[in-house]
Design a protein around this ligand. Structure first.
Ligand code: GLN
Length: 525
């Protein structure tokens, strides 16, 4: 039951095979069993069970039901949740309880979803590993699959679990791991430079970033407002479309959302891909790309071609500027965004009565980790007297990067196909050898430009690597052609059959291991 898709579990609820309360209890119990993965920062047990009871009544009394009625979902801890602590994982916001829900959270709740909890992340979503928050790193559930452990043994790696476990990717690693540990049926992440797609690829789930402006980001604690998009993590593409249908639409509280009415996203079960033109950007075939990912890309190209689609090499000539450009714009917006954390309005305040200025400084020193402080410093440097040379120039480069995509789509390409990540998830011990900035640059090489261009993109799990770890590929669509993008992704998913076969196997392996970990007794926060 816990490995089912949204659609399947919704049918099970409607047919009375399970009640919302039973389903919720099963998820909560699995959250307890998998506490050692460090997926959740807050488990909203009471809230979820209360919502489940209300939903159960609706099912019993035949009231009209929402699309997610009785279905447990998890939300990254940078989405505001009314009455539930929202921390973003720094000291700064520890204990902060927002008085309102982010619009997207409210929309899920309005459809009857049960909120199981808030998931772990890098501090203020700055990172690509889910390793840099005050609550510690998230462990990838795939580290515990029987197949992966056997491979490690064959390669004579140490059997010590602590040195073997893998990162989830990030910064929405908690949400991706919540999905692949079967503790919920859909999860929200945020995506500013790849933070939903990257962990989705490493955790073997679907990760969607909708077109910028399709979904409100009101109530999402901002990282880079001009690039932040609420992301959707699900077990299959159809589920991502269902959640997108619930979330999309104009929000008077977010002036960046489109005014046009949004139709539901219903994906056809049969798709003819023979008229499609798929582009593969040549700049994305970097020397650092693992040979396994590269060969999956070629296999996918062949798959489309064998169905009559045209697959061509395209060029996005400004790709090499994307990482630096992102860095300039990101740190500049971070410096501005983080100014609100001054010890007066929200969260942490250092008791320093020497002067107000000293209080601000001490609060911010204690409240932020060195990654956040580093970005604030860079951003202030870039914005001050260097504004024209850096910020304005980077905005112009951003336009060139976005125009590369426009040109490719105008030349007749329908969808772009790229890797999501350079390789499979890495062991934590390897990952932390580099600093946060270098890691983010490496890990978001195929994802950041899409945020700068405001395009929709989805990472779909394709296969297991030779190490038995998931690899996902990314499809990128034209702005506001999310329906077309998801239709192509669904066709691809159907051909590769990853979620059905592999996830089911992982579930069996993992559940056995989770039980053995005997950590179920650890109490919930
Ligand atoms: N890794 C990138 C960064 O640290 C992207 C983060 C994100 O998408 N939230 O800025």
């Amino acid at each position: 039951m816990l490995g089912q898709t949204l659609r399947e579990v919704s049918v099970a609820l409607k047919q009375g095979q399970v009640t919302p309360t039973e389903l919720c209890q099963r998820c909560l119990s699995l959250i307890k069993t998998t506490k050692f993965l460090n997926v959740y920062i807050i488990v909203s047990e009471e809230v979820a069970l209360k919502q489940a009871e209300e939903s159960k009544k609706k099912y019993e009394e035949g009231h009209s039901l929402g699309d997610l009625d009785g279905i447990p979902i998890a939300v990254k801890d940078n989405f505001s949740t009314s009455g539930i602590e929202t921390t973003c994982a720094p000291n700064m916001l520890k204990g902060y309880v927002p008085p309102y829900n982010a619009i997207v959270v409210q929309k899920l709740l309005d459809q009857g979803a049960l909120l199981t909890g808030k998931t772990n992340l890098d501090e203020f979503a700055m990172g690509s590993g889910s390793t840099d928050g005050i609550f510690g790193p998230v462990k990838n559930p795939w580290s515990y699959s029987k197949q992966y452990r056997e491979k490690r043994k064959q390669n004579s790696h140490s059997e010590n679990e602590d040195s073997n476990w893998l990162i989830t990717g990030g910064s929405s690693g908690g949400s991706a791991a919540a999905m692949s540990a079967f503790t919920c049926f859909a999860a929200l992440g945020s995506d500013t430079g790849g933070s939903t797609r990257n962990p989705a690829a490493h955790c073997g789930v679907v990760g969607l970033i909708p077109s910028y402006g399709l979904v409100s980001h009101h109530g999402v604690i901002p990282l880079v407002n001009s690039m932040d998009v609420p992301g959707i993590l699900t077990r299959c593409v159809d589920d991502a479309a269902t959640v997108l249908g619930i979330l999309a639409g104009h929000d008077p509280k977010d002036s960046t959302t489109i005014q046009d009415p949004v139709k539901p996203f219903t994906l056809p079960s049969l798709t003819d891909v023979s008229k499609l033109c798929i582009g593969i950007p040549k700049e994305y075939l970097t020397p650092e790309l693992s040979s396994e990912v590269q060969s999956l890309l070629v296999q996918t190209a062949n798959l489309f071609e064998s169905e009559g689609a045209k697959v061509i090499e395209v060029s996005l000539p400004h790709t090499s500027y994307s990482i630096v450009c992102y860095h300039v714009l990101c740190t500049s917006e971070v410096a501005s965004n983080m100014a609100r954390f001054d010890g007066l309005e929200y969260g942490h305040r250092c008791d320093n009565d020497v002067s107000t200025e000293a209080m601000h400084a001490a609060t911010r020193r204690e409240g932020f980790n060195d990654v956040v402080r580093g970005r604030i410093l860079s951003g202030n440097f870039l914005l001050k007297e260097n504004y024209e040379n850096y910020f304005v120039k980077a905005q112009k480069v951003r336009r060139l990067i976005a125009n590369d995509f426009v040109n490719v789509f105008n030349s007749g390409v329908d969808v772009l196909l790229t890797p999501t990540t350079l390789s499979e998830a890495m062991p934590y011990t390897e990952f932390i050898k580099e600093d946060n900035r270098t890691r983010s640059a490496q890990d978001n090489i195929f994802t950041q430009a899409i945020n700068m261009a405001g395009l929709p993109a989805v990472s779909v799990p394709m296969a297991l690597s030779s190490q038995a770890l998931p690899i996902g590929l990314q499809f990128i669509g034209r702005a506001f052609c999310d329906q077309q993008l998801l239709t192509v992704a669904k066709w691809f998913e159907k051909q590769v059959q990853f979620p059905v076969v592999q996830l089911q196997e992982l579930m069996d392996d993992c559940l056995a291991v989770f039980e053995n970990e005997k950590l179920a007794s650890v109490s919930l926060k």
